[in-house]
Design a protein around this ligand. Structure first.
Ligand code: ATP
Length: 264
């Protein structure tokens, strides 16, 4: 898919130093250092309620960090004008709240809004990009359908298409595989891997440790008690660390060169 590529940057797409995330009195993570370069995919994993979504929203600038520094492309997050931020980083929310009827194409075109002037309508190029994004997620025949009539997996792919149409440099994906069948789980992660290889960066909250092992270069594991273990895939995906974080025994096996974790 041909998409607008933001200007290349010398700086890491994302840098966190001593990041702390807190809700009320509870720390979800403390002292987290992160560096994401163009070309890299980072998976955030951890048990239910550990703080993955809250961390992702903090990285997106939707909520303030409780401690530490956060910078996108070398600029402190608080210094990004909102419209520029919306072009630079795109967030896939965990759920898509649909209150009103709208076509699939109209919904994907919302992804183009950060690129339009305040009073502009979407043009032919925006529509071309939106249709190309729909084709990328296998929904080319559904542009005219009402989003309220879609299945869960189809709706998720529409949300992914809107994000592709937004064409940010940094993708922040909260459970991108929600509702997706086996084929689309692999297709979507392969697509974001390809986008990373073309110079973007991807941070994705995943529940499937084996897909994280297969598609991510770096992992952040939240232990649910304020501890965060960040590092390369092989440093973090260790049975002892995973068992402590998930509270369930795991066995690590290698099958045809691929690392797999099997719950006992
Ligand atoms: N507005 C809020 N007020 C109080 N507690 C909150 C609020 N938002 C989130 N929490 C709590 O913070 C914790 C972290 O929530 P978060 O959604 O980040 O977890 P998660 O790791 O993404 O979980 P899951 O895997 O279930 O999606 C949870 O215990 C949640 O109940």
């Amino acid at each position: 898919m041909t998409m607008l590529m933001p200007a290349a940057t010398q700086n890491p797409l994302l840098q966190a130093d001593g990041l702390g995330v807190r809700i009320g009195e509870r720390w979800l993570c403390r002292d987290l250092d992160l560096l994401l370069q163009p070309g890299e995919c980072l998976a955030v994993i951890g048990a239910n309620g550990a703080g993955k979504t809250t961390l992702l929203h903090t990285l997106a600038g939707l909520r303030p960090a409780a401690a530490g520094q956060l910078a996108l492309a070398g600029r402190a997050l608080q210094h990004w004008p909102l419209r520029e931020l919306a072009r630079f980083r795109g967030l896939l929310a965990q759920q898509q709240p649909d209150h009103f009827t709208a076509s699939v194409l109209e919904t994907v075109l919302v992804g183009r809004h950060p690129h339009l002037g305040r009073w502009d309508w979407e043009g032919a190029e925006d529509e071309r990009l939106a249709r190309a994004a729909l084709a990328e997620v296998g929904l080319e025949g559904m542009a005219a359908r009402d989003i309220l009539s879609l299945s869960g997996g189809e709706r998720q792919r529409v949300a992914l298409a809107a994000l592709l149409a937004q064409a940010p440099a940094l993708f922040l994906l909260d459970e991108p595989l929600n509702h997706l069948d086996l084929r689309y789980q692999i297709a979507v992660l392969t697509l974001f891997r390809r986008l990373a290889e073309a110079g973007r960066g991807v941070v994705m909250v995943l529940h499937d440790i084996n897909l994280a092992a297969r598609f991510a270069d770096r992992i952040v594991l939240l232990d649910g008690h304020g501890g965060a273990c960040a590092g390369s895939r092989d440093e973090v995906l260790q049975p002892a660390l995973l068992e402590a974080a998930f509270g369930h025994p795991l066995r690590r096996v290698e099958v045809e060169g691929r690392v797999l974790f099997i719950p006992a």
